[in-house]
Design a protein around this ligand. Sequence first.
Ligand code: 3PG
Length: 311
Amino acid sequence: MSKVILVATEKPFAKAAVDRMKEVVAKNPDFELKLLENYTDKQEFLDAVKDVDGLIIRSDKATREVLEAADNLKVVVRGGAGYDNIDCEAATEKGICVMNTPGQNSNAVSELVFGMMLNLVRHQYVGKPGTELRGKSIGIHAYGNAGKCVARLGKGFGMDVYAHDPYVDRSIMENDGVKPVDSREELYAICDFISLHIPGNDETVNSINFELLSKMKEGAALINTARKEVIDEEGLKKMFSERPDFCYGSDLTPDCKDEICTTCGDRSFFTAKKMGAQTAEANINAGVAAVTQIINFFEKGDETFRVNKKA
Ligand code: 3PG
């Protein structure tokens, strides 16, 4: 009997990506692809996972309840980088392998960083004179795949590129022509733009607080294409009220968006929904990688991108 791979996406992959995923699976008669797209009710997800062997998701929440409802599930692949939406502990307990597809959507995310920066420095194109990115400094907070792409694009814009990441060796940054900075505080103090690329976890939740933000240079802007939860919203609101020069562009709508927009509309920019990875290219990369990883997991026992512990 063929193994069933379910793609469950509240925010679906682009059609071109789904077509390519279907092509990959069609070449292998041992696998079958099922789609649950645009679902709005958790129960639909719970019903759909019941008999599947592999699961591909995006920011969809693979909670303990979902994993426990999936009687045959052996592998979950997050088509993307962050896996904070998956209960990895529950997966380990159930013997399920969790993987991500690192790097597959990084270029898309980093291009959006520059889109948001331009939006802010050109005052959202309302006709007011703005400023340029060339000659300004950008501080990359966490130097993973997306951070590296931001560095590459930053250099293309003629910016001075700095990065802080306690988990990455300085020489990796230096080889990319990026200046390593030892502390977050220093990074925030010296750069005209800060681009967040930290993951969402217990260590980072609410970690971008007023104490840190208040170190930012006069007129500096924070760009968040990482996670909503890493921002301490009380601190964000305080920053907007105490620092009339501060700008914020985010791909993750904060709960306090309306409050910020009423008073500081032109200093903030928010996408309509999370758009960082939402390009045809990124969707094809992540979707094809996800489906290939699942096939390789079953056929070769390949767990290269495993992110959860083994039981
Ligand atoms: C990621 O972690 O890869 C990004 O946040 C993209 O998320 P999305 O696939 O839900 O848009």
